[in-house]
Design a protein. Structure first.
Length: 127
C-alpha cells in the first residue's frame, strides 16, 4: 500500500544518527543523504525518509511529512490525483509527472488532504 513515509526534521544529521541506530537494529542499512540534504532508507518494500520542510519553516509533527502510497501505473496516479481534487484535496508541489532522481524515474502526484496533511501517489517507472 505505501511507497514511502517521509518525516520532517530540523537537523538531518541528528535524525540520521538516531534512525541509523534504531533501524540498524532491525537489519536496515544506514541512511543515504542525497544532493538535496534529505536522508533515505531504501529496501524492496518501501522507503523511509527524513527532510527539512520545503517551505523553510521549522519542522513540526506534520510539516515536512509526506505519506506515500504505491501505484501500479501512471494512469492510477493520475486518477488518484483527480479523485483527490474532486473530494476536498488541494494540489501542492509540481503537477503530476516524472521526477528523475538517485533512485530512477518516479511518476508522482501530490495533494494536501482536507486538513492539510501531504500525501503522494508514486509509480516507479521502468525503463
Amino acid at each position: 500500500m505505501f511507497s514511502h513515509v517521509m518525516v520532517g526534521s530540523n537537523s538531518i544529521e541528528q535524525s540520521k544518527k538516531f534512525y541509523d541506530c534504531i533501524l540498524g537494529e532491525l537489519g536496515y542499512k544506514a541512511g543515504v543523504i542525497d544532493e538535496k540534504g534529505r536522508c533515505f532508507y531504501v529496501n524492496k518494500t518501501g522507503i523511509f525518509a527524513i527532510t527539512q520542510p520545503i517551505d523553510g519553516k521549522e519542522s513540526t509533527h506534520g510539516n515536512g511529512s509526506t505519506i506515500g502510497f504505491s501505484a501500479k501505473s501512471i494512469e492510477e496516479v493520475n486518477n488518484w490525483h483527480l479523485k483527490g481534487l474532486a473530494n476536498g484535496g488541494t494540489a501542492c508541489e509540481d503537477p503530476p509527472g516524472i521526477r528523475e532522481g538517485d533512485f530512477g524515474a518516479l511518476y508522482l502526484a501530490y495533494l494536501r488532504d482536507p486538513f492539510g496533511n501531504k500525501v503522494c501517489a508514486l509509480h516507479m517507472v521502468e525503463k
